[in-house]
Design a binder for this molecule. Structure first.
Ligand SMILES: Cc1cc2nc3c(=O)[nH]c(=O)nc-3n(C[C@H](O)[C@H](O)[C@H](O)COP(=O)(O)OP(=O)(O)OC[C@H]3O[C@@H](n4cnc5c(N)ncnc54)[C@H](O)[C@@H]3O)c2cc1C
Length: 488
């Protein structure tokens, strides 16, 4: 019997856990650790932040699927990984701290999957975040609920004839998740328009992207109605239609109540004032530590990189090469730690080799490089791929350094992204499918991606797709009958 411990029960970890239980022989054990006993379908936070859904509609207790699948759940924080055990045993273990009692426990594992997602690193920008300046977030269902509360207040003011300034975007030059910020600003603009208040709102999108449509993945050329268009053109035309002004190439470095301070790529320092603002924070690792057999912290980068994300089989030396020499081969294909091969990392938890967008800084040295996004679909695909590989290793007693069943590289699979611009039966959404997720100009010299499978189009079909996706993915995450037939 083998024991697999999964740290994190978000899109990636939860997908890994339910697939492990589905694919492993019954005698094996799957344990999931998460400080949140609720599953949250984060993409629908956009609609929580615009009042179309309540927080209760995007969450459910993890006990629902875990009881059905007999997954052992620990409501706890993982605090440290001890890959070589300690003085009592050579077996690797995770030290966890229970949320309710504060008690610690050491959980031994045969295989470990780290899917802890991001720490929302508000501290990286002075004054950023809902607890400090008044800039909001929609990264959790609680944050999105709070954002909706504040949005209603400015809508009331607009109804009374007071013009309001709205700023939505990225709260740091190194932040990612541009897709969510774009989707939120479009939904907010659509909501205001639906109330006939568009003349009372000055709506702005502020970003670290070199151009809108970069989305942290260097932008994309997509097939669109028989033509090849760039995502820049598509998003600019949507922003124009919805009356949204865009401010690109900006590194936000400080926030005060009502004021956002930023440096432009040309070195000019500017201020944007706001009545309502939602700025996505940068992400970092959640603070897990690696501890060696003697009890010392492992600080040489073999388990975690300095940003707290987990070391896997990426070519990290590629980061020092010029941008035009980066390739899909730099990205990890096994998502396996090179030193402790029974440890894997999926979703936002693994350390990427470098950004996808071209790295830049402002003249004063502030970052102007979106971190590479690991959005929902790739995070779920990675979770499933690693679960399939681990189950195959265990079921067939295979060696840890042999060929794995599935290549889990983001340079080898597609991503689909749907950006809604409203809610309900009527509306449009931009649907984009890119293959591969990581552009590779060596392999696809014209467009960086395979243009046959890279397409994008705004329309009503995408709108319904996004809406249905919410219910289908909630159904799947609850492990309802036939869940495993639904793609990630
Ligand atoms: C507002 C918003 C909208 C988005 N919309 C889309 C979209 O439309 N499409 C799309 O593809 N992507 C979207 N994304 C991105 C997507 O949500 C993420 O890419 C995805 O959630 C990443 O999955 P993950 O499992 O790596 O992390 P998460 O889903 O964040 O899960 C992390 C898990 O780890 C747990 N954890 C944290 N710390 C610890 C610890 N110390 N010990 C144990 N467990 C821990 C957390 O509780 C959580 O269960 C959106 C993101 C945001 C913020």
């Amino acid at each position: 019997m083998a024991r697999v411990v999964v740290i994190g029960a978000g899109i990636s970890g939860h997908t890994a856990a339910i697939n492990l239980k589905h694919k492993l022989k019954k005698s094996n054990e799957v344990i999931v650790i998460s400080p949140n006993s609720l599953y949250q379908w984060i993409p629908s936070n956009i609609w929580v932040g615009t009042g179309h859904m309540t927080a209760e509609q995007v969450i459910f207790p993890l006990s629902i699927p875990y009881k059905k699948l007999k997954i052992d759940f620990r409501h706890a924080y993982a605090r440290s990984i001890h890959p070589d055990g300690d003085s009592k045993s050579d077996k690797g273990f995770v030290r966890i701290e229970y949320v309710d009692s504060g008690k610690f426990e050491d959980l031994q594992y045969d295989y470990l999957i780290n899917s802890t997602g991001p720490k929302l690193n508000f501290d990286a920008t002075e004054g950023l975040g809902p607890n400090k300046s008044g800039t909001l977030s929609i990264c959790t269902y609680e944050h999105a609920t709070q954002a909706w509360g504040e949005l209603q207040k400015i809508i009331d003011k607009m109804k009374k004839g007071q013009k309001q300034k709205i700023v939505i975007g990225l709260g740091n030059g190194g932040a990612t998740c541009q897709g969510a910020a774009v989707e939120y600003v479009l939904n907010v603009a659509n909501l205001i328009k639906s109330k006939g208040l568009e003349n009372m709102a000055d709506i702005n999108y502020i970003t670290n992207e070199f151009m809108v449509g970069d989305l942290g993945m260097g932008g994309a050329y997509v097939r669109n109605n028989g033509y090849v268009a760039h995502t820049k053109n598509i998003i600019e035309s949507l922003f124009t239609e919805f009356g949204i002004k865009w401010h690109t190439k900006n590194s936000v470095y400080k926030v005060e109540p009502g004021k956002i301070f930023y440096e432009h790529i040309d070195g000019e320092e500017k201020v944007l004032e706001y009545d309502f603002s939602m700025l996505i924070p940068p992400f970092s690792g959640v603070g897990l530590k690696g501890i060696d057999k003697q009890g010392n912290e492992i600080t040489d980068g073999s388990l975690f990189k300095p940003n707290g994300l987990m070391t896997v089989d990426a070519d990290y030396s590629s980061a020092s090469k010029p941008y035009h020499e980066w390739s899909g081969e730099d990205w990890p294909s096994r998502l396996q730690n090179p030193t402790w091969k029974n440890i894997f990392a999926t979703g936002i938890a693994f350390a990427p080799p470098h950004s996808i967008s071209k790295p830049r800084t402002t003249p004063s040295g502030r970052p102007l490089t979106p971190a590479p996004p690991r959005t929902g679909m790739p995070s779920a695909v990675m979770g499933n791929a690693v679960a399939t590989n681990v189950a195959d290793l265990i079921n067939n007693n295979k060696p840890l350094d042999g060929k794995l069943k599935i290549n889990a590289s983001m340079a080898r699979f597609a991503s689909i992204c749907v950006v809604s611009m409203g809610y309900g039966f009527r509306g449009i959404a931009g649907t984009m499918s890119v293959y591969p997720t990581i552009p590779d100009f060596k392999k696809y010299p014209d467009f960086g991606r395979d243009i046959e499978y890279t397409m994008g189009e705004p329309g009503i079909a995408g709108h319904w797709f996004k809406w249905v996706m919410h219910y289908v993915f909630m159904y799947k995450a609850k492990a309802n009958p036939g869940w495993y037939l639904i793609p990630d």
